[in-house]
Ligand binder design. Sequence first.
Ligand SMILES: NC(=O)c1ccc[n+]([C@@H]2O[C@H](COP(=O)([O-])OP(=O)(O)OC[C@H]3O[C@@H](n4cnc5c(N)ncnc54)[C@H](OP(=O)(O)O)[C@@H]3O)[C@@H](O)[C@H]2O)c1
Length: 158
Amino acid sequence: MINLIWAWDINRLIGSNQDLPWYYPEDLKYFKAVTLNKTVLMGRKTLDSILKRNKKPLPSRKNVVLSHQENVHDDVETIHDLKKYLLTHPNEDIFVIGGKSIFEQSIQYADKLYITEILKSYQGDIYLNDIDLSAFTLVSKTCQDDLCFCIYERKTTR
Ligand SMILES: NC(=O)c1ccc[n+]([C@@H]2O[C@H](COP(=O)([O-])OP(=O)(O)OC[C@H]3O[C@@H](n4cnc5c(N)ncnc54)[C@H](OP(=O)(O)O)[C@@H]3O)[C@@H](O)[C@H]2O)c1
């Protein structure tokens, strides 16, 4: 199963200065609960922002990082071909966790999207403007204060 997970604000903002534009402990808890013991696949810049914050890759998850470089970190699996990885691990529950370039390249393969809608407007520099949700249907939406946790599934099997 190929899943994508992100949080965006009302303007589709996802990043600011190579970090998240906001701090929502409830969303971080949700992200952890959904991805724990799964494969998390990310771009090298998103790994860098995680290392800046946590000093290590995400614990209790298989960390896979897309890069043109060799071996970006000792504790992650570095890959160079996103499509090949996604299509050759059919029995793995893969969560693509960003950033922008990885979401844009992988959404065509996604079965399921976990999107946290933040019902506010933030300042930042990375937007998911080109992401098209029309191939997906909303199957669940749970809101709490400024956050709505949404789950989408692909409308038809490919
Ligand atoms: N709100 C959210 O849910 C969320 C989630 C994740 C990230 N973010 C934010 O998004 C921002 C980072 O996103 P980003 O788009 O700038 O960076 P990114 O997608 O995390 O990483 C980009 C890097 O991935 C590698 N890459 C991309 N496509 C590749 C390909 N086809 N083949 C080989 N390597 C490839 C390259 O690494 P090399 O340069 O090493 O070759 C590229 O520089 C940060 O602000 C972060 O905080 C937000």
